[in-house]
Design a protein around this ligand. Structure first.
Ligand SMILES: CC(C)(COP(=O)(O)OP(=O)(O)OC[C@H]1O[C@@H](n2cnc3c(N)ncnc32)[C@H](O)[C@@H]1OP(=O)(O)O)[C@@H](O)C(=O)NCCC(=O)NCCS
Length: 246
C-alpha cells in the first residue's frame, strides 16, 4: 500500500518534470509542495479511496478542501489514470462519471462536464496521451481518442477520433494523424451556406418590390439581387433596441 502510493507520487512528480518546462531542475519536494496539479492528484487518491470504502462525508470534504487550495475540482468517483498532469490547475473541473486515461495533460480552466441534468454516464471519457488546452470544455458522455489534442478554448460535444487535433467552437478536427484535412468540406469556417444565401436573395427581391423595381430585371446590378440596386446616399436607419444586448 505504502509502496504503491510512493510509486504513484513519483510518477506524478515525473509527469510534472517531463511535461512542464518550468519544472525542469526543480526538486521533487518543491514540486510536491508547490505544484497544485500534483497536490490535487494526491487529494483525489485519498478522496477516491474513502469514496470506494463508502465512508460518508469525508471524500467530498477532502475534494472541497483540495478545490479551495488548488482551484481543481475532481469528483471523488472520477476514474483517473496514471501520469495525469494538471498544469496550473485553477478552474479545472472533472465530473463524477469522467474517465481519464494514462499520461493525459490538462491545462487550467478545463471542464470535463455534463451537458445538463442527465443521470448515469454523463461526463467525457479521455483516452491515453491526450492533451487538453486551457479553457477547453468537453461536455457529455463523449470519447476523446488516444493521442488527440484539444486546442485552448475549444468546446467539444462530439466524439474525437484518435490522434486528431480539434479546435474551435464547436470543436472540429483540423489535423488527423498530424496531416491537415483535405477536400471541400475541410474549411469549416468558410463552408457555403445555401440557406443564408436564399434568405439574402429573398430579402433583396422584397426590397426591390417595395421600391417598385423589377426584381427579375437583369438590366442593372448583379443577378443575385434581381437587378435591384440598394439606394445610394442617406438611408433611413431603423431605430430600436441594440441587438447586441446589454
Ligand atoms: C491545438 C494545439 C495543441 C496545437 O496542436 P497541433 O496538432 O500542433 O496543431 P497546429 O499548431 O498545427 O494547429 C492546427 C491548426 O489549428 C489552429 N489552432 C491551433 N490552436 C488553436 C486554438 N486553440 N483555437 C483555434 N485554432 C487553433 C492553428 O492555427 C492551425 O490552423 P491552420 O490549419 O489554419 O494552419 C495548440 O495550439 C493548443 O491550443 N495547445 C494548448 C496549449 C495551452 O493550453 N497552453 C496553456 C499554457 S499555460
Amino acid at each position: 500500500m505504502i509502496a504503491r502510493t510512493v510509486a504513484e507520487i513519483r510518477r506524478d512528480v515525473a509527469a510534472a518534470r517531463t511535461r512542464d518546462p518550468a519544472a525542469a531542475g526543480v526538486g521533487w519536494l518543491e514540486i510536491l509542495i508547490t505544484w497544485p496539479g500534483v497536490q490535487a492528484l494526491l487529494a483525489h487518491r485519498l478522496a477516491g479511496a474513502l469514496y470506494r470504502a463508502r465512508v460518508p462525508l469525508l471524500p467530498r470534504l477532502v475534494a472541497a478542501i483540495c478545490r479551495s487550495l488548488t482551484g481543481i475540482e475532481i469528483h471523488p468517483a472520477a476514474a483517473i489514470g496514471a501520469g495525469l498532469f494538471i498544469d496550473h490547475g485553477m478552474g479545472v473541473v472533472i465530473g463524477e462519471t469522467a474517465e481519464v486515461g494514462d499520461n493525459v495533460t490538462i491545462y487550467q480552466g478545463v471542464t470535463l462536464g455534463g451537458t445538463g441534468f442527465a443521470t448515469g454516464k454523463r461526463h467525457p471519457t479521455v483516452e491515453d496521451n491526450v492533451t487538453i488546452g486551457s479553457g477547453a470544455k468537453l461536455l457529455g458522455p463523449i470519447r476523446v481518442g488516444h493521442g488527440s489534442k484539444i486546442g485552448a478554448n475549444t468546446v467539444v460535444i462530439h466524439d474525437v477520433l484518435p490522434n486528431c487535433t480539434v479546435v474551435g467552437n464547436p470543436g472540429h478536427p483540423v489535423r488527423v494523424e498530424g496531416r491537415r484535412l483535405e477536400g471541400p468540406d475541410a474549411d469549416w469556417v468558410r463552408l457555403p451556406d445555401p440557406i443564408a444565401d436564399a434568405i439574402k436573395g429573398l430579402a433583396h427581391r422584397i426590397e426591390a418590390l417595395e421600391h417598385g423595381a423589377d426584381p427579375d430585371s437583369e438590366d442593372e446590378g448583379d443577378g443575385a439581387a434581381g437587378g435591384y440596386q440598394l439606394p445610394q446616399g442617406d438611408v433611413d436607419r431603423a431605430v430600436g433596441p441594440n441587438p447586441a444586448g446589454g
